[in-house]
Design a protein around this ligand. Sequence first.
Ligand code: GLN
Length: 251
Amino acid sequence: MSPVAPKPVHVVQLYPRDMNIYGDFGNALVLKQRLAWYGYEPVMHSYDPGDEFPEQADILIGGGGQDSGQDTIQADLLECGDRLRALAEAGTPMLMICGLYQLFGHYFQTRSGSRIQGIGVLDVTTYGTDERLIGNVVVESEEFGRIIGYENHSGQTRLGAEVQPLGRVSKGAGNDADSGYEGARWRNVLGSYLHGALLPKNPAVADFLIATAVQRRYGDSLGALDAPQLGPVSLTELTEKARVTAASRPR
Ligand code: GLN
């Protein structure tokens, strides 16, 4: 008897050509590897302006970019707006970092006063300021525990009534210089300022995306991960070391 073929899970990375800085591509690698470890077949898609949008999208991720990168992808993003809003509405898990977090909101008004329109999946608005928020960040989140990452942005984001913050910062700025909030969530869409990449140091967030995707697609509940051995250490030990080191870095 032939073994059962693993079930495919389609991961769509939005605009990796223009929106992919400070290690954001690591998020795609983590999802690919963890899906395989959980026994699924990761099917990875890159979507750049003008590409045909993948037919199946079980998880969507997107990264950060310079204001110019945001300008470059904006028209295409607006064209995809209906599709992305429908996916979000239906409960598709998504993780949008920094520049795409901003453009999944209503708009990003840059320092020069020009407005880069977003698609309004998340009820947030962003204003460019002269103060760049740069450095290591630690966030305390009810759902995901401690989230650790790195931020670098001029835009400051205000949350509307429709979204929840991901958590409260205990180091760094997060959404803006004064609210103490980091990130936003609506349904299963997560927005965050944290690069680094986010997912390698925060497997709880990766597993939220994976668990939600396989539940929606197959009705599966995600079992425990039999953490693989990576050379002399286990994945769990390695991740913990990375988290401790990153959280103890100076701001
Ligand atoms: N260009 C945006 C800003 O400066 C986003 C930056 C980023 O994605 N790191 O706020």
